[in-house]
Design a protein around this ligand. Structure first.
Ligand code: ZN
Length: 297
């Protein structure tokens, strides 16, 4: 039984920004490798406008080709109602709604203010409930914004409060740019976990400045048990200048397993998926760990 859940986001966050168009076949192959490694929650795509993010234009096709993989909870990012409708039709298990902690990032990312985004959030959350689709509420740039700079805990907690009011199924605090340092994570995540009052809390990490693992550890110590990472550390946000790759999943798995914290994943197969993802993308692979030294386990 896994003690922490790693939600693999490489098929979405890892691929979306890559200038090389990855074929649907390769994306599906990658997802299958991840399932073999033991991941049962994967963010497989996003229903954004194909002109904005061409790499995700095949969202329906990807989901169509993996729909028979039953143990896999298929998660898709949605930016608006239209995205929700497409996702619901494609039988996703969970939608990932993103609301940034700052107005400027919201404007750049989805073209609206926090207030406008919230109105849509309430509406879509209601529909997801009726459709029995799980709802993850992600708060982007929670530790720093490329446009506004520092982000206060109050700004993030205001968003958390709305998510709690709406009784979402998960709240994810995202370090979209990779600004966070461990003490900041420790302080904010403690407050978020308290405020969430039993709603599962996740952290989404980027490794821009090399603090990814330390931040994951700080969050874990505050009771966070769900982590969003990407194999091989691929990825970055097309609307977030300066964002480097996600925290590499294999590095996090290595850390947890050596701590004696079960991830439920087959490490060698995680590495196989990481190597495959690195081959598919032009991103410089950031994952550092390529094998588990069994003598330590
Ligand atoms: Zn991200």
């Amino acid at each position: 039984m896994a003690e922490v859940t790693i939600v693999e986001v490489s098929p979405r966050d890892g691929f979306q920004n890559d200038p090389k168009l990855i074929s649907t076949e390769d994306k599906v192959e990658h997802i299958k490798k991840l399932v073999e490694a033991g991941f049962d929650k994967i963010e497989v795509t996003s229903f954004v406008h194909p002109k904005k993010v061409p790499q995700m234009a095949d969202a329906e096709d990807v989901l169509g080709q993996i729909k028979h993989i039953i143990p896999l909870k298929k998660i898709a990012l949605i930016p608006n109602e239209r995205g929700y409708e497409r996702a619901a039709k494609s039988h996703v298990d969970e939608v990932n709604w993103v609301s940034a902690a700052t107005d400027t990032f919201n404007q750049k990312n989805i073209g609206m203010t926090i207030e406008d985004n919230d109105r849509r959030f309430f509406e879509v959350r209601k529909r997801a409930k009726e459709d029995q689709i799980q709802f993850n509420y992600s708060i982007a740039v929670a530790f720093g914004c490329p446009y506004e700079g520092g982000v206060s805990e109050e700004q993030v907690l205001r968003q958390v409060e709305k998510a709690v009011d709406q009784q979402v199924d998960r709240i994810t605090i995202a370090d979209t740019i990779g600004y966070a340092i461990p003490s900041q994570v420790e302080s904010l995540m403690k407050k978020v976990v308290d405020m969430a009052a039993g709603i599962p809390v996740a952290i989404h990490l980027h490794d821009t400045r090399g603090f990814g693992l330390a931040n994951a550890y700080a969050a874990y110590k505050q009771g966070v048990a769900i982590f969003e990472t990407a194999v091989s550390g691929i990825g970055g946000c097309p609307f977030a200048p300066g964002a480097a790759g996600n925290l590499a999943t294999e590095d996090l798995v290595y850390m947890f397993e050596r701590m004696g914290v079960k991830t439920g994943l087959d490490f060698e197969k995680v590495i196989e998926a990481a190597d495959f993802a690195a081959k598919l993308t032009t991103n410089k692979a950031l994952g550092r760990i390529r094998h588990i030294e069994r003598k330590f386990l």
